[in-house]
Design a protein around this ligand. Structure first.
Ligand code: ADP
Ligand code: MG
Length: 482
Protein backbone atom coordinates (compact mmCIF):
# COMPACT_ATOMS: atom_id res chain seq x y z
CA UNK A 1 0.00 0.00 0.00
CA UNK A 2 1.46 3.38 -0.97
CA UNK A 3 2.09 5.85 1.86
CA UNK A 4 -0.56 8.45 2.54
CA UNK A 5 -0.25 11.50 0.31
CA UNK A 6 -0.60 15.05 1.50
CA UNK A 7 -3.18 17.42 0.03
CA UNK A 8 -0.32 19.29 -1.71
CA UNK A 9 1.03 16.17 -3.37
CA UNK A 10 -2.38 15.12 -4.60
CA UNK A 11 -3.18 18.66 -5.72
CA UNK A 12 0.01 18.76 -7.81
CA UNK A 13 -1.32 15.74 -9.70
CA UNK A 14 -4.69 17.40 -10.11
CA UNK A 15 -3.02 20.53 -11.51
CA UNK A 16 -1.11 18.44 -14.01
CA UNK A 17 -4.35 16.85 -15.19
CA UNK A 18 -6.28 20.09 -15.36
CA UNK A 19 -3.55 22.22 -16.93
CA UNK A 20 -4.13 20.35 -20.13
CA UNK A 21 -7.79 19.63 -19.88
CA UNK A 22 -8.79 23.25 -19.46
CA UNK A 23 -8.08 26.20 -21.66
CA UNK A 24 -5.02 28.12 -20.54
CA UNK A 25 -6.93 31.26 -19.52
CA UNK A 26 -9.50 29.32 -17.48
CA UNK A 27 -6.80 27.30 -15.76
CA UNK A 28 -4.84 30.41 -14.84
CA UNK A 29 -7.87 32.40 -13.69
CA UNK A 30 -9.72 29.79 -11.68
CA UNK A 31 -7.65 26.71 -10.91
CA UNK A 32 -4.14 27.94 -10.25
CA UNK A 33 -5.16 30.35 -7.44
CA UNK A 34 -6.81 27.50 -5.48
CA UNK A 35 -5.06 26.41 -2.29
CA UNK A 36 -5.25 22.73 -1.33
CA UNK A 37 -6.16 22.60 2.38
CA UNK A 38 -6.53 19.04 3.60
CA UNK A 39 -7.44 15.51 2.72
CA UNK A 40 -9.29 13.53 5.34
CA UNK A 41 -11.21 10.30 4.78
CA UNK A 42 -13.36 10.97 1.76
CA UNK A 43 -13.20 14.74 1.76
CA UNK A 44 -10.74 16.91 -0.07
CA UNK A 45 -10.78 20.53 1.05
CA UNK A 46 -9.62 23.42 -1.10
CA UNK A 47 -9.77 27.17 -0.51
CA UNK A 48 -10.50 30.07 -2.84
CA UNK A 49 -9.76 33.73 -2.31
CA UNK A 50 -13.35 35.04 -2.39
CA UNK A 51 -16.98 33.99 -2.73
CA UNK A 52 -17.07 34.76 -6.45
CA UNK A 53 -14.27 32.27 -7.17
CA UNK A 54 -15.77 29.77 -4.74
CA UNK A 55 -19.16 29.82 -6.47
CA UNK A 56 -17.63 29.80 -9.93
CA UNK A 57 -15.30 26.90 -9.12
CA UNK A 58 -18.15 25.00 -7.49
CA UNK A 59 -20.49 25.51 -10.42
CA UNK A 60 -18.09 25.12 -13.32
CA UNK A 61 -15.18 23.03 -12.18
CA UNK A 62 -16.11 20.84 -9.21
CA UNK A 63 -16.94 17.76 -11.28
CA UNK A 64 -13.71 18.17 -13.30
CA UNK A 65 -11.71 18.52 -10.09
CA UNK A 66 -13.38 15.42 -8.58
CA UNK A 67 -12.58 13.48 -11.74
CA UNK A 68 -8.95 14.60 -11.67
CA UNK A 69 -8.76 13.66 -7.96
CA UNK A 70 -10.08 10.25 -8.83
CA UNK A 71 -7.74 9.83 -11.79
CA UNK A 72 -4.78 10.85 -9.65
CA UNK A 73 -5.54 8.77 -6.57
CA UNK A 74 -8.03 6.13 -7.74
CA UNK A 75 -10.32 7.27 -4.91
CA UNK A 76 -13.56 9.20 -4.94
CA UNK A 77 -13.56 12.35 -2.83
CA UNK A 78 -16.21 14.83 -1.88
CA UNK A 79 -14.99 18.31 -2.60
CA UNK A 80 -15.35 20.94 0.08
CA UNK A 81 -14.60 24.52 -0.96
CA UNK A 82 -13.87 27.03 1.78
CA UNK A 83 -12.67 30.63 1.78
CA UNK A 84 -9.03 31.41 2.46
CA UNK A 85 -10.04 34.09 4.93
CA UNK A 86 -11.74 31.45 7.07
CA UNK A 87 -8.56 29.44 7.48
CA UNK A 88 -6.71 30.10 10.73
CA UNK A 89 -3.52 32.21 10.75
CA UNK A 90 -1.63 29.31 12.19
CA UNK A 91 -2.83 27.03 9.44
CA UNK A 92 -1.89 29.56 6.75
CA UNK A 93 1.61 29.90 8.15
CA UNK A 94 2.17 26.16 8.15
CA UNK A 95 0.66 26.02 4.70
CA UNK A 96 2.99 28.68 3.40
CA UNK A 97 6.01 26.76 4.60
CA UNK A 98 4.71 23.55 3.16
CA UNK A 99 3.90 25.14 -0.17
CA UNK A 100 7.37 26.66 -0.43
CA UNK A 101 8.90 23.29 0.28
CA UNK A 102 6.60 21.62 -2.16
CA UNK A 103 7.07 24.23 -4.89
CA UNK A 104 10.81 23.51 -4.81
CA UNK A 105 10.09 19.85 -5.04
CA UNK A 106 7.85 20.07 -8.06
CA UNK A 107 9.38 22.89 -10.07
CA UNK A 108 13.07 22.09 -9.87
CA UNK A 109 13.98 20.08 -12.96
CA UNK A 110 16.30 17.90 -10.90
CA UNK A 111 13.41 16.67 -8.81
CA UNK A 112 12.12 14.41 -11.64
CA UNK A 113 11.46 11.04 -10.13
CA UNK A 114 13.36 8.11 -11.59
CA UNK A 115 11.27 5.04 -12.14
CA UNK A 116 12.37 1.59 -13.06
CA UNK A 117 10.41 -0.35 -15.64
CA UNK A 118 10.27 -4.08 -15.97
CA UNK A 119 12.26 -3.82 -19.18
CA UNK A 120 14.97 -2.05 -17.21
CA UNK A 121 14.56 1.35 -18.91
CA UNK A 122 14.37 4.28 -16.56
CA UNK A 123 11.74 6.77 -17.68
CA UNK A 124 12.20 10.19 -16.21
CA UNK A 125 8.95 11.49 -14.80
CA UNK A 126 9.32 15.21 -14.95
CA UNK A 127 8.22 17.83 -12.50
CA UNK A 128 4.65 19.02 -12.60
CA UNK A 129 5.50 22.25 -14.43
CA UNK A 130 8.56 22.38 -16.63
CA UNK A 131 10.41 25.52 -17.66
CA UNK A 132 8.55 25.62 -20.95
CA UNK A 133 5.18 25.67 -19.26
CA UNK A 134 6.35 28.29 -16.79
CA UNK A 135 7.50 30.50 -19.67
CA UNK A 136 4.20 29.92 -21.39
CA UNK A 137 2.32 30.96 -18.29
CA UNK A 138 4.24 34.23 -18.29
CA UNK A 139 3.42 35.05 -21.91
CA UNK A 140 0.65 37.51 -21.30
CA UNK A 141 1.36 40.54 -23.44
CA UNK A 142 -0.36 39.19 -26.53
CA UNK A 143 -2.50 36.57 -24.80
CA UNK A 144 -0.67 33.96 -26.84
CA UNK A 145 0.29 30.63 -25.35
CA UNK A 146 3.97 29.97 -26.14
CA UNK A 147 3.26 26.27 -26.53
CA UNK A 148 0.97 26.88 -29.49
CA UNK A 149 3.45 27.30 -32.36
CA UNK A 150 3.64 25.76 -35.84
CA UNK A 151 6.68 23.77 -34.68
CA UNK A 152 4.62 22.10 -31.97
CA UNK A 153 1.69 21.35 -34.26
CA UNK A 154 1.49 17.84 -35.71
CA UNK A 155 0.14 17.80 -39.25
CA UNK A 156 -2.12 14.89 -40.18
CA UNK A 157 -4.83 14.12 -42.73
CA UNK A 158 -7.38 15.70 -40.39
CA UNK A 159 -5.83 19.16 -40.28
CA UNK A 160 -3.42 19.49 -43.21
CA UNK A 161 -5.68 21.85 -45.14
CA UNK A 162 -6.27 24.13 -42.16
CA UNK A 163 -2.56 24.01 -41.32
CA UNK A 164 -1.54 24.96 -44.88
CA UNK A 165 -4.06 27.81 -44.91
CA UNK A 166 -2.86 29.07 -41.52
CA UNK A 167 0.75 28.91 -42.70
CA UNK A 168 -0.11 30.84 -45.90
CA UNK A 169 -1.85 33.55 -43.86
CA UNK A 170 1.06 33.76 -41.41
CA UNK A 171 3.60 34.10 -44.24
CA UNK A 172 1.64 36.67 -46.21
CA UNK A 173 -1.06 38.28 -44.11
CA UNK A 174 -4.05 39.73 -46.00
CA UNK A 175 -2.78 38.41 -49.35
CA UNK A 176 -4.36 35.03 -49.91
CA UNK A 177 -7.15 34.05 -47.58
CA UNK A 178 -9.11 36.83 -45.97
CA UNK A 179 -10.82 36.10 -43.73
CA UNK A 180 -9.51 32.66 -42.83
CA UNK A 181 -12.27 30.78 -41.02
CA UNK A 182 -11.09 27.62 -39.20
CA UNK A 183 -13.79 25.34 -37.80
CA UNK A 184 -14.02 21.96 -36.12
CA UNK A 185 -15.00 20.18 -32.90
CA UNK A 186 -13.70 21.13 -29.52
CA UNK A 187 -10.10 20.28 -28.57
CA UNK A 188 -8.95 19.69 -32.16
CA UNK A 189 -6.33 22.44 -32.44
CA UNK A 190 -8.14 25.56 -33.71
CA UNK A 191 -6.82 27.84 -30.99
CA UNK A 192 -3.39 26.26 -31.35
CA UNK A 193 -3.27 27.12 -35.07
CA UNK A 194 -4.57 30.62 -34.43
CA UNK A 195 -1.88 31.31 -31.82
CA UNK A 196 0.70 29.78 -34.19
CA UNK A 197 -0.24 32.40 -36.79
CA UNK A 198 0.22 35.06 -34.10
CA UNK A 199 3.66 33.81 -33.06
CA UNK A 200 4.86 33.49 -36.64
CA UNK A 201 3.80 37.04 -37.47
CA UNK A 202 5.36 38.44 -34.29
CA UNK A 203 8.71 36.95 -35.30
CA UNK A 204 8.64 37.34 -39.08
CA UNK A 205 6.62 40.54 -39.54
CA UNK A 206 7.55 42.47 -36.41
CA UNK A 207 6.06 45.70 -37.75
CA UNK A 208 2.58 44.27 -37.91
CA UNK A 209 0.27 44.79 -34.96
CA UNK A 210 -1.67 41.73 -33.95
CA UNK A 211 -4.58 41.28 -31.60
CA UNK A 212 -5.79 37.91 -30.34
CA UNK A 213 -9.06 37.70 -28.47
CA UNK A 214 -11.76 35.25 -27.64
CA UNK A 215 -15.29 36.21 -28.69
CA UNK A 216 -16.51 35.95 -25.08
CA UNK A 217 -13.82 38.39 -23.97
CA UNK A 218 -14.70 40.75 -26.84
CA UNK A 219 -18.35 40.55 -25.80
CA UNK A 220 -17.67 41.24 -22.11
CA UNK A 221 -15.35 44.08 -23.03
CA UNK A 222 -18.06 45.61 -25.21
CA UNK A 223 -20.74 45.24 -22.53
CA UNK A 224 -18.59 46.89 -19.90
CA UNK A 225 -17.98 49.83 -22.29
CA UNK A 226 -21.67 50.21 -22.99
CA UNK A 227 -22.44 50.09 -19.28
CA UNK A 228 -19.84 52.61 -18.27
CA UNK A 229 -22.45 55.42 -18.04
CA UNK A 230 -21.34 58.96 -18.81
CA UNK A 231 -17.91 57.64 -19.70
CA UNK A 232 -19.22 55.28 -22.35
CA UNK A 233 -18.44 57.40 -25.46
CA UNK A 234 -14.81 57.63 -24.43
CA UNK A 235 -14.69 53.94 -23.49
CA UNK A 236 -16.23 52.92 -26.80
CA UNK A 237 -13.67 54.87 -28.77
CA UNK A 238 -10.91 53.21 -26.73
CA UNK A 239 -12.51 49.84 -27.38
CA UNK A 240 -12.64 50.47 -31.13
CA UNK A 241 -9.01 51.62 -31.16
CA UNK A 242 -8.05 48.38 -29.50
CA UNK A 243 -9.73 46.11 -32.02
CA UNK A 244 -9.56 48.18 -35.19
CA UNK A 245 -6.13 49.69 -34.94
CA UNK A 246 -4.41 46.40 -35.79
CA UNK A 247 -3.01 44.62 -38.85
CA UNK A 248 -4.12 41.15 -37.88
CA UNK A 249 -7.19 40.35 -35.82
CA UNK A 250 -7.42 36.80 -34.44
CA UNK A 251 -10.96 36.21 -33.14
CA UNK A 252 -11.44 32.83 -31.45
CA UNK A 253 -14.73 30.93 -30.95
CA UNK A 254 -17.17 33.06 -32.95
CA UNK A 255 -19.91 30.49 -32.31
CA UNK A 256 -20.47 32.45 -29.07
CA UNK A 257 -21.90 35.21 -31.23
CA UNK A 258 -25.20 33.45 -31.75
CA UNK A 259 -28.10 35.56 -30.56
CA UNK A 260 -25.84 38.38 -29.38
CA UNK A 261 -27.15 41.16 -31.62
CA UNK A 262 -25.13 44.07 -30.24
CA UNK A 263 -21.88 42.13 -30.42
CA UNK A 264 -22.69 40.99 -33.94
CA UNK A 265 -23.19 44.60 -35.02
CA UNK A 266 -19.89 45.64 -33.44
CA UNK A 267 -18.06 42.72 -35.04
CA UNK A 268 -19.62 43.56 -38.39
CA UNK A 269 -18.26 47.11 -38.26
CA UNK A 270 -14.88 45.92 -36.97
CA UNK A 271 -14.77 43.44 -39.84
CA UNK A 272 -15.71 46.06 -42.45
CA UNK A 273 -13.18 48.49 -41.09
CA UNK A 274 -10.30 46.03 -41.07
CA UNK A 275 -11.18 44.29 -44.31
CA UNK A 276 -11.55 47.54 -46.23
CA UNK A 277 -8.16 48.70 -45.01
CA UNK A 278 -6.53 45.49 -46.22
CA UNK A 279 -6.00 43.93 -42.80
CA UNK A 280 -6.00 40.20 -42.07
CA UNK A 281 -8.82 38.58 -40.11
CA UNK A 282 -8.72 35.01 -38.78
CA UNK A 283 -11.74 33.44 -37.14
CA UNK A 284 -12.40 30.10 -35.48
CA UNK A 285 -15.62 28.36 -34.54
CA UNK A 286 -16.82 24.91 -33.51
CA UNK A 287 -18.93 24.82 -36.71
CA UNK A 288 -19.11 26.49 -40.14
CA UNK A 289 -20.88 29.87 -40.47
CA UNK A 290 -24.00 28.32 -41.98
CA UNK A 291 -24.51 26.23 -38.84
CA UNK A 292 -24.50 29.22 -36.50
CA UNK A 293 -28.26 29.72 -36.69
CA UNK A 294 -28.70 33.25 -35.46
CA UNK A 295 -25.79 34.82 -37.24
CA UNK A 296 -26.99 37.79 -39.32
CA UNK A 297 -26.80 37.21 -43.06
CA UNK A 298 -24.36 40.05 -43.64
CA UNK A 299 -21.96 38.62 -41.08
CA UNK A 300 -22.36 35.05 -42.29
CA UNK A 301 -21.62 36.04 -45.86
CA UNK A 302 -18.52 37.97 -44.79
CA UNK A 303 -17.26 35.03 -42.74
CA UNK A 304 -17.57 32.96 -45.91
CA UNK A 305 -15.82 35.46 -48.20
CA UNK A 306 -12.34 34.08 -47.72
CA UNK A 307 -11.39 30.49 -47.01
CA UNK A 308 -13.26 27.99 -44.84
CA UNK A 309 -10.93 25.29 -43.48
CA UNK A 310 -12.12 22.47 -41.26
CA UNK A 311 -10.27 20.30 -38.76
CA UNK A 312 -11.63 16.86 -37.94
CA UNK A 313 -10.64 14.25 -35.36
CA UNK A 314 -7.11 12.89 -35.86
CA UNK A 315 -6.52 9.30 -36.93
CA UNK A 316 -4.58 6.86 -34.77
CA UNK A 317 -1.16 7.58 -36.32
CA UNK A 318 -1.62 11.31 -35.88
CA UNK A 319 -2.74 10.82 -32.28
CA UNK A 320 0.41 8.84 -31.53
CA UNK A 321 2.53 11.55 -33.20
CA UNK A 322 0.81 14.25 -31.15
CA UNK A 323 1.58 12.37 -27.92
CA UNK A 324 5.14 11.78 -29.07
CA UNK A 325 5.60 15.47 -29.81
CA UNK A 326 4.31 16.32 -26.37
CA UNK A 327 6.74 13.93 -24.68
CA UNK A 328 9.59 15.46 -26.70
CA UNK A 329 8.61 19.01 -25.77
CA UNK A 330 8.26 18.16 -22.12
CA UNK A 331 11.26 15.80 -22.07
CA UNK A 332 9.22 12.86 -20.86
CA UNK A 333 10.58 9.41 -21.38
CA UNK A 334 7.52 7.34 -22.22
CA UNK A 335 7.66 4.27 -24.44
CA UNK A 336 5.85 4.04 -27.78
CA UNK A 337 3.76 1.15 -26.44
CA UNK A 338 2.36 3.35 -23.70
CA UNK A 339 1.68 6.17 -26.17
CA UNK A 340 -0.16 3.78 -28.49
CA UNK A 341 -2.23 2.50 -25.62
CA UNK A 342 -3.35 6.01 -24.72
CA UNK A 343 -3.91 6.95 -28.38
CA UNK A 344 -6.17 3.95 -28.88
CA UNK A 345 -8.42 4.97 -26.00
CA UNK A 346 -8.97 8.61 -26.95
CA UNK A 347 -10.09 9.46 -30.43
CA UNK A 348 -12.28 12.56 -30.53
CA UNK A 349 -10.47 15.28 -28.71
CA UNK A 350 -6.75 16.12 -28.58
CA UNK A 351 -7.18 18.02 -25.32
CA UNK A 352 -8.51 14.84 -23.70
CA UNK A 353 -5.75 12.81 -25.30
CA UNK A 354 -3.08 15.07 -23.82
CA UNK A 355 -4.99 15.14 -20.54
CA UNK A 356 -4.86 11.33 -20.44
CA UNK A 357 -1.08 11.35 -20.86
CA UNK A 358 -0.81 13.88 -18.04
CA UNK A 359 -3.04 11.80 -15.80
CA UNK A 360 -0.95 8.72 -16.44
CA UNK A 361 2.25 10.60 -15.56
CA UNK A 362 0.68 12.17 -12.47
CA UNK A 363 -0.77 8.90 -11.24
CA UNK A 364 2.44 6.91 -11.74
CA UNK A 365 4.51 9.65 -10.17
CA UNK A 366 2.29 10.06 -7.10
CA UNK A 367 1.97 6.33 -6.54
CA UNK A 368 5.62 5.56 -7.38
CA UNK A 369 4.67 3.22 -10.20
CA UNK A 370 6.55 2.56 -13.44
CA UNK A 371 5.08 4.02 -16.66
CA UNK A 372 4.65 0.65 -18.37
CA UNK A 373 1.75 -0.76 -20.43
CA UNK A 374 0.51 -3.06 -17.65
CA UNK A 375 0.11 -0.19 -15.22
CA UNK A 376 -1.10 2.33 -17.79
CA UNK A 377 -3.73 -0.06 -19.14
CA UNK A 378 -5.60 0.08 -15.85
CA UNK A 379 -5.45 3.85 -15.61
CA UNK A 380 -6.56 4.39 -19.20
CA UNK A 381 -9.38 1.89 -18.87
CA UNK A 382 -10.73 3.74 -15.88
CA UNK A 383 -10.89 7.12 -17.51
CA UNK A 384 -11.29 6.56 -21.25
CA UNK A 385 -14.57 7.54 -22.86
CA UNK A 386 -16.30 4.45 -24.19
CA UNK A 387 -16.39 3.80 -27.89
CA UNK A 388 -20.11 4.31 -28.25
CA UNK A 389 -22.05 3.82 -31.46
CA UNK A 390 -25.16 5.69 -32.63
CA UNK A 391 -27.13 2.45 -32.11
CA UNK A 392 -25.97 2.25 -28.46
CA UNK A 393 -27.24 5.76 -27.79
CA UNK A 394 -30.54 5.30 -29.62
CA UNK A 395 -31.17 1.96 -27.84
CA UNK A 396 -30.51 3.35 -24.38
CA UNK A 397 -32.62 6.47 -24.99
CA UNK A 398 -35.48 4.33 -26.37
CA UNK A 399 -35.30 2.03 -23.37
CA UNK A 400 -35.33 5.02 -21.03
CA UNK A 401 -38.48 6.41 -22.65
CA UNK A 402 -40.00 2.94 -23.00
CA UNK A 403 -40.43 3.22 -26.77
CA UNK A 404 -39.08 1.21 -29.68
CA UNK A 405 -35.65 2.22 -31.05
CA UNK A 406 -37.09 2.07 -34.60
CA UNK A 407 -39.51 4.85 -33.70
CA UNK A 408 -36.59 7.23 -33.10
CA UNK A 409 -35.37 6.51 -36.64
CA UNK A 410 -38.91 6.82 -38.08
CA UNK A 411 -40.72 10.00 -39.20
CA UNK A 412 -43.08 9.76 -36.16
CA UNK A 413 -43.88 13.16 -34.69
CA UNK A 414 -45.52 11.93 -31.46
CA UNK A 415 -44.45 13.95 -28.43
CA UNK A 416 -42.51 11.20 -26.66
CA UNK A 417 -40.75 10.00 -29.79
CA UNK A 418 -39.75 13.55 -30.78
CA UNK A 419 -38.36 14.20 -27.33
CA UNK A 420 -36.41 10.92 -27.33
CA UNK A 421 -35.08 11.74 -30.81
CA UNK A 422 -33.97 15.23 -29.79
CA UNK A 423 -32.17 13.87 -26.74
CA UNK A 424 -30.51 11.19 -28.90
CA UNK A 425 -29.29 13.90 -31.26
CA UNK A 426 -27.94 15.94 -28.37
CA UNK A 427 -26.12 12.95 -26.87
CA UNK A 428 -24.69 11.78 -30.21
CA UNK A 429 -23.29 15.23 -30.85
CA UNK A 430 -21.92 15.63 -27.32
CA UNK A 431 -20.42 12.17 -26.87
CA UNK A 432 -19.36 11.31 -30.41
CA UNK A 433 -18.71 14.75 -31.88
CA UNK A 434 -20.51 13.88 -35.15
CA UNK A 435 -21.31 16.74 -37.54
CA UNK A 436 -25.01 17.57 -37.98
CA UNK A 437 -25.25 16.13 -41.52
CA UNK A 438 -23.64 12.90 -40.28
CA UNK A 439 -26.13 12.63 -37.39
CA UNK A 440 -28.99 13.25 -39.84
CA UNK A 441 -27.73 10.44 -42.02
CA UNK A 442 -27.33 8.04 -39.09
CA UNK A 443 -30.85 8.76 -37.84
CA UNK A 444 -32.77 7.71 -40.93
CA UNK A 445 -31.79 10.46 -43.39
CA UNK A 446 -32.91 13.63 -41.62
CA UNK A 447 -32.00 17.12 -42.86
CA UNK A 448 -29.00 18.64 -41.10
CA UNK A 449 -30.97 21.81 -40.36
CA UNK A 450 -33.60 19.75 -38.46
CA UNK A 451 -30.83 17.98 -36.54
CA UNK A 452 -29.17 21.28 -35.73
CA UNK A 453 -32.47 22.73 -34.51
CA UNK A 454 -33.06 19.73 -32.20
CA UNK A 455 -29.55 19.94 -30.80
CA UNK A 456 -29.80 23.68 -30.13
CA UNK A 457 -33.23 23.25 -28.56
CA UNK A 458 -32.03 20.65 -26.06
CA UNK A 459 -28.83 22.56 -25.34
CA UNK A 460 -30.78 25.73 -24.62
CA UNK A 461 -33.60 24.11 -22.65
CA UNK A 462 -31.22 22.04 -20.54
CA UNK A 463 -29.89 25.27 -19.01
CA UNK A 464 -33.15 26.11 -17.23
CA UNK A 465 -35.22 22.92 -17.35
CA UNK A 466 -33.98 20.93 -14.36
CA UNK A 467 -36.06 17.84 -15.22
CA UNK A 468 -34.58 17.68 -18.72
CA UNK A 469 -31.08 18.21 -17.42
CA UNK A 470 -31.60 15.37 -14.90
CA UNK A 471 -32.96 13.06 -17.62
CA UNK A 472 -29.91 13.71 -19.80
CA UNK A 473 -27.52 13.18 -16.90
CA UNK A 474 -29.22 9.89 -16.06
CA UNK A 475 -29.02 8.62 -19.64
CA UNK A 476 -25.39 9.79 -19.92
CA UNK A 477 -24.73 7.90 -16.67
CA UNK A 478 -26.15 4.70 -18.16
CA UNK A 479 -24.12 5.22 -21.34
CA UNK A 480 -20.92 5.65 -19.38
CA UNK A 481 -21.43 2.20 -17.88
CA UNK A 482 -21.93 0.21 -21.05
P1 ADP B 1 -9.70 23.91 -29.94
O1 ADP B 1 -9.37 25.37 -29.97
O2 ADP B 1 -9.97 23.34 -31.29
O3 ADP B 1 -10.77 23.56 -28.94
P2 ADP B 1 -7.00 23.69 -28.94
O4 ADP B 1 -6.29 24.43 -30.02
O5 ADP B 1 -7.19 24.39 -27.64
O6 ADP B 1 -8.39 23.13 -29.45
O7 ADP B 1 -6.23 22.30 -28.74
C1 ADP B 1 -6.39 21.50 -27.57
C2 ADP B 1 -5.05 20.91 -27.18
O8 ADP B 1 -4.65 19.95 -28.15
C3 ADP B 1 -3.95 21.95 -27.12
O9 ADP B 1 -3.09 21.66 -26.03
C4 ADP B 1 -3.22 21.79 -28.44
O10 ADP B 1 -1.86 22.13 -28.33
C5 ADP B 1 -3.40 20.30 -28.70
N1 ADP B 1 -3.43 19.96 -30.14
C6 ADP B 1 -4.51 19.89 -30.93
N2 ADP B 1 -4.17 19.53 -32.18
C7 ADP B 1 -2.84 19.36 -32.17
C8 ADP B 1 -1.88 18.98 -33.16
N3 ADP B 1 -2.24 18.69 -34.41
N4 ADP B 1 -0.59 18.90 -32.79
C9 ADP B 1 -0.21 19.16 -31.52
N5 ADP B 1 -1.05 19.52 -30.55
C10 ADP B 1 -2.35 19.62 -30.85
MG1 MG C 1 -10.24 26.91 -28.80
Amino acid sequence: MAEKKTAEEIWAGVLTCLSNELEHSKFESWIRPITPVSVENKTFVIATKDTLSRDWVRERFSSLICKALKDTTRRSYNLNIVLKKDLSEDFLQRKNQLEKKFAQKVVEPKSGMKLTTREGAIPQVKPVFNEFQIDALKSTSYNLNLKYTFDNFVVGENNKFAHAAAMAVAKEPAKLHNPLFIYGGTGLGKTHLMHAIGHYILVNHPRLKIKYTNTEVFMNDLISCIQSGSNSTFKMSEFRQKYRNVDVLLLDDVQFLESKKTTQTEIFHTFENLYNSGKQIVLTSDRPPKEIPTLTDRLRSRFEWGLLADISAPDFETRVSILKKKTEIEKLNVSDDVLKLIASAYSHNVRELEGALNRVIAYCSINSLPVVPDVVKNIVEVSAPKNLSVEDIVDIVAEYFKIDADEIMSPSKSKDVSKARQISIYLIRETMGYSFPKIGEALGGRKHTTVLYSYEKVKEEKLHNIALSKTIDEIAGILSKI
